[in-house]
Design a protein around this ligand. Structure first.
Ligand code: PGA
Length: 249
């Protein structure tokens, strides 16, 4: 049975008091036991979030980390630093990191390796741009992103990987992939896992969809048999909206 997961990516939003408000509101709303909920606040709010979510079933993830172990990387945060405050999950490869901070597939491959070596769990994001979908090369684009960053990994490490398909044209735009487009891509990704590994890995890896998931479209998107949850940006900043998405399964 694959895990069902909903992750909230808060991006560069919310200071400490807003974080406390949102987390307290999240905790007050009922959610099904079989759905894992992860929140990813800014670096500065991670410790506070861990403290507030202690003894709840919510987990906390970082939105990024550096691919070096330590050293002269001013302003950066390492895997060990995250682990030191009890944060064991990291989002890597988000399209904003790729486009605004020039993180290539090769840089991401290194970050993934370092995170997994540190025994962290990785939520790996990837997805095509609008032009690539229009040119009908979206499947090849996604295959390359996965191949460079992940398909050299030993089979054993896949237990610590969650995939998040996020078509760039759907992120923050209000435009979502249709349930059919999401399911088509997710099932393609699963077929790539069979090809590069085997059925056991393919059946066990959770594949999330991200890109303008809202309370009013979550149910339809999650209905795809290969869609195991969502990576939520804008709607994760509001407790009612986020929990409505969690409860949409
Ligand atoms: P969105 O963002 O839900 O605001 O489209 C998704 C994401 O960036 O992960």
């Amino acid at each position: 049975m694959r895990e069902k997961i909903v992750t909230g990516n808060w991006k560069m939003n919310y200071d400490e008091s807003q974080t406390i408000d949102l987390l307290n509101n999240l905790k007050s709303i009922k959610k099904p036991n079989d759905i894992r909920v992860i929140v990813a606040p800014a670096f500065t709010q991670l410790s506070k979030s861990k403290e507030l979510l202690n003894e709840t079933s919510f987990s906390v993830a970082a939105q990024n980390m550096n691919g070096a172990i330590s050293g002269a990387y001013t302003g950066e945060i390492s895997a060990d630093m995250l682990k030191g405050i009890g944060v064991n999950t990291v989002i890597l490869g988000h399209s904003e990191r790729r486009s605004l901070f020039h993180e290539t597939d090769e840089i991401l491959a290194e970050k993934v390796r370092v995170a997994l070596d540190a025994d962290m769990e990785v939520i790996f994001c990837f997805g095509e741009e609008l032009e690539q979908r229009r040119s009908n090369i979206h499947l090849e684009v996604v295959e390359k992103q996965l191949k460079v960053a992940l398909f050299d990994l030993p089979r054993l490490l896949w237990k610590n990987i969650i995939l998040a398909y996020e078509p760039v044209w759907a992120i923050g735009t209000g435009e979502t992939a249709s349930p059919e487009q999401a399911q088509e891509m997710h099932s393609y990704i699963r077929s790539l896992l069979v090809l590069n590994y085997d059925e056991i890995i393919a059946d066990s890896v959770a594949i999330l969809y991200g890109g303008s998931v809202k309370p009013n479209n979550a149910k339809e998107i999650f209905s795809g048999t290969d869609v195991d949850g969502g990576l939520i940006g804008g709607a994760s900043l509001n407790a009612n909206d986020f929990m409505a998405i969690v409860n949409a399964f």
